[in-house]
Design a protein around this ligand. Structure first.
Ligand code: BV8
Length: 229
């Protein structure tokens, strides 16, 4: 890493978890695990058919327990452990693979599969394996738990911390994201505007590739260790 780099922001998307076996967001015909996004990842979908949405997230939560972090998650964990400067891994992913690889400085801007949110008392709690069967809040007892996931039209978590990190960044690295979802897709422009160097590590060109000083194409399990080590 260049010696004038002190503060790093890393944005990860579904592509970093693809080689662990987790589906990326845009499959064939725009279906995601067989569902259209608007049918499972919006507050309207949850109001319309809560059981469908709970089943969708229960299935992903169950699948997450069967997969492992890959070499890309492990390389970022090594970087996190050994980096003396500022470092923030902002992930759009709702899986826990960064943490299971050993990373600590992780911010889940779109929430987490393993967290549940009580609509009655606003408590966030560790999610039961299957919310459809166990919707009762351990705090207030009401059957009011929903997945603690940021759906479309909802405000992502940690935006103040993310904005501050982008203002201070010397280097912004985007890994495994299509650059299709905002506000995450705009982070590279903020970092660039503030003078950070920008690097993209992705399997394919993304919607934001034009904003990066450098784009390296290939699988994250190869590109990320090569960059970190
Ligand atoms: C908000 C949780 C405001 C769900 C997710 C028009 C213009 C601009 C914005 C909007 C607009 N219309 C609506 C909006 C806003 C909207 C948005 O951006 N829509 C898009 C579709 C246009 N955004 C929102 O609603 C956000 N909220 O704006 O709030 C607000 C303000 C005030 C008050 C209230 C609200 C909230 C967005 C969050 C939605 N939730 N996730 C869940 O996960 O269950 S987003 C969802 O997309 C996933 O989290 C996913 O991570 C994320 C982004 O997708 P990617 O991670 O990039 O995944 P994708 O499959 O697309 O790409 C994978 C990439 O990996 C590919 O490039 C591929 O090449 C690469 N890859 C594959 N394999 C590998 C690889 N790379 C390396 N190695 C490999 N092996």
């Amino acid at each position: 890493m260049a010696s004038d780099i002190s503060n790093i922001v890393i944005l990860t998307g579904a592509g970093i978890s693809a080689e662990s076996g987790l589906a990326t967001f845009r499959g064939p015909e725009g279906l995601w695990e067989g569902h259209r996004v608007e049918d499972v990842a919006t507050p309207e979908a949850f109001s319309r058919d809560p059981a469908l949405v709970q089943r969708f997230y229960d299935a992903r939560r169950a699948n997450l327990a069967t997969v492992e972090p890959n070499a890309a998650h492990e390389a970022l964990a090594r970087l996190d452990a050994g980096w003396d400067g500022e470092l923030l891994i902002v992930t759009q992913n709702v899986d826990d693979l960064h943490e299971r690889a050993g990373a600590n400085r992780v911010l889940h801007m779109h929430g987490e599969l393993n967290s549940a949110w009580c609509l009655e008392c606003d408590t966030r709690t560790a999610s039961p394996a299957a919310l459809l069967e166990e919707p009762s809040c351990p705090e207030c007892g009401e059957a009011a738990l929903r997945p603690d996931i940021v759906w479309f039209g909802e405000m992502p978590y940690g935006m103040d911390a993310i904005e501050q990190a982008l203002m201070d960044a010397d280097l912004f690295v985007s890994i495994g994201t299509s650059g299709a979802v905002y506000p995450a897709a705009g982070f590279v422009q903020t970092a660039r505007y503030r003078g950070a160097r920008t690097l993209e590590l992705n399997l394919d060109p993304s919607q934001g590739s034009i904003f990066f000083d450098e784009s390296r194409m290939g699988p994250a399990s190869e590109l990320v260790p090569a960059w970190v080590d």
